[in-house]
Design a protein around this ligand. Structure first.
Ligand code: SF4
Length: 535
C-alpha cells in the first residue's frame, strides 16, 4: 500500500508520458529503470547536454533547461529552451530524428509540448507558441497545439499513472514498424515473446556485452585519462580505453585501484573477481538497477516454487548433453537412456522426481564424458568421473574453470535485467549460492562449457603438461588458464543460429536473451519459459 502511495505522490516525468504515446511498453521499461544506449539517443543526449545546464542567456529572455511542473496534473519535466517575448513564452524542444527520416512532428512530440505548455501556464506564464528543432536537419518547425492536444495529454498522464501501478508489464506491440526504431528493442524482445521463430528480425542496436579479462597475476589496474592502465612492477603491460570495457573479469591476484572501481561503477560496468582456480568470489553491483518490482516477484515466485521453470532448465540441459555426446559418438550407449530421461522429465510433476532424473542423467553423461575426447588423446587426458574442488585430474580442472566463467556470464546477464542471482527455482537459495544463475547455466553447460573443454583438448590448445599437481589436486598453470579464457571468449563471441528464434546471435547474446525471457516470465509478459536446445 505504501509503495502505491509513493508512486501516486511522485510527479510523472513528461518524457515518460511522451514515451507512453510512442509505446506503453517502452514507457513501462523506462519506468522500471531499463536504460539503453542507441545512436539516436546519443545524438539527442549530446544535443541535450548543450541545453541541460539551467541558464539564462545574455539577453535575459532565452531560458535553457527550465524545470517546470503542473501541480494538479502532477507532472514535471525540463524544457530544452524557452524564449520570453513581450507577448509570452515560446517553447522549443530539440529532436534527433535521423536525416534520412522526414521532419515529422509525431503524436508523442505534440503530447510533450502540450504538457510543457500546460506546466508553464500552471506556473503563471503565458505560452505564445511551441516549436521543434530537428538537430540533424538544422530546421525549426512551428507546432500549433489544439484543445484536443491538451485533453489527450492530460488523459495520457492518467494512463501512465495507472500503468506504473499495474501488476504486469504491457504486452509488446505486434508487428509494428515502431519496434524497428525503438531504442529498447534489444531488451523488450517484442517478437521473441511468442517463443517461436522470429520472422522479421528487429536489429538490436546495443552490442553484446564483451568482457575484458585480466589474467596475469601480480598486475595492478588503474584509471587514467579515460583508459584502464595495467602495470606489473611499474611497467605498463596494457592500456585499454574505458569506453570499450563492458565488463571486467579478474583472475587471481590482481589489484584494482578504488578510482578504477568507482569509474566502472559509475559507468555501470560490472567487475567480477575469481580465484586462480576459477572460484567466483563476487561482483560489483551499482546502487541503482532496473526492474525492482520484478525482483520482488522473483523472490515470491522463488519462495513458492515454479516446477515448470525448474523442469524446463533440466529438460534443456539433458537434451543438450545428449546432443553433444551424439555429435562425437552417434552410437554411444548412453544416448537411448538420456532420451528416455528427457521424455520422463516432460511428465514429471514432483520436485523429487525432477531432481532424481537430473542426477541420473548427469551420472550417465559424465560416465561417457571421455567419448568427447579424440581416441588418440584419451591416454594423456585420463577421466574417471566428474569430481569437483579439488579437481583430481586435468579434465575436471578445465571443467571447473569453464563452469566458473559461464557462471560469471549468467550472473552478468541476470543482474543486467535487475533480477537477483540468488533467488532460484531449481537450485536452492538456502545453500547461499547464486541459485538463479546456476539455474540459467544448466542449459548452457554442454554447448558452451563442456564443448570448449572438448575443443581445447582435441585441438591441442592446452596440454597435460600445463597443469601442476598439489596434494592430489590439479591446477592450471598461467598459460593454460590464458588459453582457456581465450577459447572461452572465442566461443561466447561465436554466432549461432538461435535454436528458438532462427536468427543469428552470439552465444553471449543468447545467454542475455534467456535471462530476459526469465524476466518476461516473472513480469507477466510471457506465460512460460523455453530453454535453449541445440541440434
Ligand atoms: S520494441 Fe516495440 S513493443 Fe517493445 S518497447 Fe519498443 S516499440 Fe514497444
Amino acid at each position: 500500500m505504501d509503495s502505491e502511495k509513493e508512486h501516486d505522490d511522485e510527479p510523472i516525468p513528461i518524457s515518460l508520458v511522451a514515451n507512453y504515446i510512442f509505446c506503453p511498453r517502452r514507457a513501462w521499461l523506462e519506468a522500471a529503470g531499463e536504460k539503453v544506449e542507441s545512436a539516436q539517443i546519443s545524438v539527442g543526449d549530446t544535443a541535450h547536454k548543450r541545453v541541460d545546464a539551467p541558464t539564462l542567456t545574455d539577453d535575459a529572455t532565452l531560458f535553457h533547461a527550465l524545470d517546470v511542473r503542473h501541480s494538479r496534473w502532477n507532472v514535471s519535466g525540463r524544457l530544452d529552451a524557452a524564449q520570453r517575448t513581450p507577448d509570452g513564452m515560446v517553447i522549443r524542444e530539440y529532436k534527433a530524428t535521423p536525416v534520412k527520416q522526414s521532419m515529422q512532428v509525431t503524436d508523442a512530440m505534440r503530447t510533450q509540448l502540450a504538457l510543457q505548455s500546460a506546466c508553464l501556464q500552471d506556473m503563471g506564464e503565458t505560452v505564445l507558441g511551441t516549436e521543434i528543432f530537428f538537430i540533424s536537419h538544422h530546421r525549426r518547425v512551428k507546432v500549433e497545439l489544439t484543445d484536443e492536444d491538451f485533453h489527450k495529454a492530460e488523459d495520457a498522464v492518467r494512463q501512465v499513472r495507472e500503468m506504473i501501478n499495474a501488476p504486469a508489464a504491457p504486452a509488446p506491440l505486434e508487428d509494428s514498424p515502431r519496434c524497428l526504431r525503438c531504442s529498447h528493442v534489444g531488451i523488450c524482445l517484442p517478437e521473441e515473446r511468442a517463443l517461436g521463430t522470429v520472422t522479421r528480425r528487429v536489429m538490436v542496436t546495443s552490442p553484446d556485452h564483451q568482457v575484458t579479462h585480466l589474467t596475469t597475476p601480480g598486475t595492478r589496474a588503474s584509471s587514467h585519462d579515460g583508459r584502464m592502465l595495467v602495470t606489473k612492477r611499474g611497467d605498463e603491460i596494457a592500456s585499454v580505453p574505458l569506453d570499450t570495457i563492458q565488463a571486467l573479469q579478474l583472475h587471481g591476484n590482481i589489484d584494482l585501484t578504488s578510482g578504477l572501481i568507482r569509474e566502472l561503477l559509475w559507468r555501470n560496468v560490472p567487475i567480477m573477481w575469481c580465484s586462480g582456480t576459477g572460484r567466483l568470489y563476487g561482483w560489483t553491483s551499482p546502487s541503482y538497477g532496473p526492474n525492482g518490482t520484478a525482483r520482488v516477484e522473483q523472490h515470491v515466485a522463488s519462495h513458492e516454487g515454479r516446477l515448470g521453470l525448474a523442469r524446463e532448465f533440466i529438460q534443456a540441459k539433458v537434451h543438450n548433453q545428449a546432443v553433444l555426446l551424439r555429435r562425437s559418438d552417434p552410437a554411444n550407449s548412453a544416448l537411448p537412456q538420456l532420451r528416455e530421461i528427457g521424455k520422463q522429465l516432460k511428465n514429471c510433476n514432483r520436485w523429487q522426481d525432477v531432481l532424481g532424473l537430473e542426477g541420473e542423467a548427469a551420472a550417465l553423461y559424465f560416465s561417457q564424458f571421455s567419448a568427447l575426447i579424440k581416441p588418440a588423446k584419451r591416454r594423456g587426458w585420463p577421466w574417471v568421473a566428474r569430481m569437483r574442488r579439488p579437481a583430481p585430474d586435468e579434465l575436471n580442472s578445465l571443467l571447473d574453470y569453464t563452469y566458473a566463467l559461464l557462471l560469471a556470464d549468467c550472473i552478468r546477464a541476470i543482474t543486467a535485467c535487475g533480477l537477483d542471482p540468488h533467488a532460484g527455482f531449481l537450485h536452492s537459495s538456502s545453500r547461499n549460492k547464486p541459485a538463479l544463475a546456476l539455474d540459467l547455466m544448466e542449459e548452457f553447460r554442454a554447448p558452451i562449457a563442456d564443448s570448449i573443454v572438448q575443443t581445447v583438448v582435441n585441438n591441442a590448445e592446452v596440454s597435460p603438461q600445463g597443469f601442476s599437481h598439489v596434494l592430489g589436486s590439479v591446477r592450471m598453470r598461467d598459460d593454460t588458464r590464458r588459453s582457456l579464457v581465450k577459447a572461452y571468449e572465442r566461443r561466447l563471441e561465436t554466432e549461432i543460429t538461435h535454436p528458438l528464434f532462427g536468427y543469428k546471435a552470439t552465444w553471449r547474446r543468447t545467454i542475455e536473451i534467456q535471462a530476459r525471457l526469465i524476466l518476461g516470465y516473472l513480469d507477466g509478459t510471457q506465460s512460460s519459459y523455453k530453454g535453449i536446445r541445440i541440434r
